[in-house]
Ligand binder design. Structure first.
Ligand SMILES: Cc1cc2nc3c(=O)[nH]c(=O)nc-3n(C[C@H](O)[C@H](O)[C@H](O)COP(=O)(O)OP(=O)(O)OC[C@H]3O[C@@H](n4cnc5c(N)ncnc54)[C@H](O)[C@@H]3O)c2cc1C
Length: 448
């Protein structure tokens, strides 16, 4: 096979370090068994343009990875070229203009650290090592996103290589269709984004977290309370409930109520989490910590040391729900009872988003976001049901689902809606126009 003309390293299937290069792109330590024909480790724009032209000329499909945090390992497909953009990790901040331009391989934590120096903020992903490329394209529920908006809402431009090998800029006024699609199509985007131009926000003055932990026997009471208070929780307080067999502080099966707050003052933050101290179920809590100031960087690293351990074989799945809590409680109890060992966990997230969003591909959400992250470590699996825990339980809950979030997609195993039908139809039409030969890999599964 002819190799890419750019300076980036290419590794062909059959070469000794092919598997290392391929599996090294993925946060998920699972080997999906799929193998592309060639990996292009791009160093610059020219490498990417050359790789896309090679794919076009030779009729090869294209997979793309930036930070490689797709739980489903969407970028690893059979055949075709995988373009690895992890080396394109530049960060350029314009403090006076309140904007930044970043490469897709830039990590959430590195971008956040660079912004701290300028007292600026961007709703980056919750874990340090998530790549900004995939995160921004799929929507991006970042820190403070209930107040600051989904991350893709702050994408004001992209530089993108199209299927015909041209490098174009897209913004609200130039190729606006491409920007529309880049705000939420995630693993179904039909181009290679080389740079994201972002609008920044002033950095909230107070960043901290309130933590309360319950034993799992209180699940029904805790979930009923959370569902009831959720709609009135301030938008700048995230209200997450995490079921974990090694819950913080009790090292036993429990529910961690984690409430990060990004506010303009300590006083405002304290008022936003007061509902936890005043709750009717506080007497059941194993412990409640006061609101603690913690930097975002520490919270991001902490999450990866506890919930999102690397070197783990992950299966994630997710669901948007509008159903009130009562009919869900038996299913939540079954999920807890069958929950594999940590780091497997369940996340119930109080979403209750805004009434309207800008017109963009991202178009499906609901009052509650529920996700399961099955994480297996070691080479043996004691209980085979652990391997499909996330998928099986989401399938069982399907009647309550209005769709999934592409952040935690599992479309290859459980196809589900992820966009409003009209938006998906528009995306399909754009894909046909910009990528008529279907060079870029489509979603791994889908339901209209
Ligand atoms: C530990 C962990 C924590 C997470 N936390 C959050 C969170 O807080 N909020 C949230 O919303 N999501 C979160 N996610 C989900 C994450 O945002 C998505 O998996 C996202 O796709 C990861 O981006 P990436 O660049 O690392 O992934 P990749 O696997 O590199 O990309 C995913 C897909 O996006 C497409 N893509 C990526 N880059 C490009 C590009 N430059 N041009 C064109 N297409 C591209 C490709 O189809 C690719 O397969 C988390 C995931 C993990 C593993």
């Amino acid at each position: 096979m002819k190799q890419s003309a750019g300076a980036g390293r290419t590794v062909a299937r059959g070469e000794v370090d092919f598997d290392t290069a391929l599996l090294g792109t993925s946060f998920n330590a699972q080997d999906p068994g799929r193998r592309p024909a060639l990996i292009v480790q791009a160093n610059d724009d020219a490498d990417v343009v050359a790789a896309v032209r090679q794919a076009r000329d030779q009729g090869l499909t294209i997979g793309i990875c930036s930070g490689g945090h797709s739980w489903a390992q969407n970028h690893i497909r059979d055949g075709g070229i995988l373009i690895d953009l992890s080396r394109l990790d530049s960060i350029a901040i314009d403090p006076a203009g309140g904007t930044a331009t970043i490469g897709p391989g830039c990590l959430a934590g590195d971008f956040n650290a660079a912004l701290v120096k300028h007292k600026l903020f961007f709703p980056v992903a919750h874990a340090y090592t998530v790549g900004m490329g995939g995160f921004l394209l799929q929507g991006g529920f970042g820190w403070n996103s209930r107040a600051s908006g989904l991350a893709c809402q702050s994408v004001i431009g992209i530089d993108v290589v199209l299927a015909d090998g041209t490098l174009v800029h897209a913004s609200e006024t130039e190729n606006p269709d491409l920007l529309w699609a880049a705000r939420g199509s995630g693993p179904g985007f039909f181009g290679v984004v080389l740079r994201f131009h972002l609008r920044l926000q002033p950095r909230p003055k107070f960043v901290g977290m309130k933590i309360q932990v319950f034993r799992i026997r209180h699940l029904e009471a805790v979930m009923a309370w959370a569902d009831h208070v959720g709609p009135s929780v301030a938008p700048f307080a995230e209200f997450q409930l995490v079921f974990d067999r090694k819950a913080m502080g009790i090292f036993a099966h429990g529910i961690q109520v984690l409430t990060p707050v990004l506010a303009d003052s300590w006083r405002e933050a304290r008022a936003a989490v007061a509902f936890i101290d005043k709750s009717p179920i506080r007497k059941f809590a194993s412990f409640t910590l006061p609101l603690l100031p913690v930097s975002l960087g520490m919270m991001m690293k902490g999450g990866e040391r506890t919930l999102f351990l690397p070197n783990t074989r992950w299966t994630a799945d997710s669901m948007w729900m509008n159903t009130p809590i009562d009919p869900l409680l038996p299913a939540l109890r079954r999920i807890a009872d069958t929950q594999p060992a940590a780091p497997s966990h369940a996340l119930w997230l109080n979403w209750n988003g805004p009434a309207t969003r800008p017109d963009m591909a991202f178009s499906l959400e609901a009052r509650t976001y529920f996700a399961l992250y099955g994480g297996l470590r070691g080479s043996t699996v004691a209980n085979p049901a652990d391997e499909s825990w996330a998928t099986d339980h989401m399938r069982a809950l399907q009647e309550h689902s209005v769709g999934i979030q592409l952040a935690d997609e599992n479309l290859g195993r459980r196809p589900a809606p992820f966009m409003a039908p009209a938006n998906l139809a528009r995306l399909d039409a754009l894909r046909l126009r910009y990528d008529p030969d279907g060079l870029f890999n489509p979603y791994m599964g889908r339901v209209a």
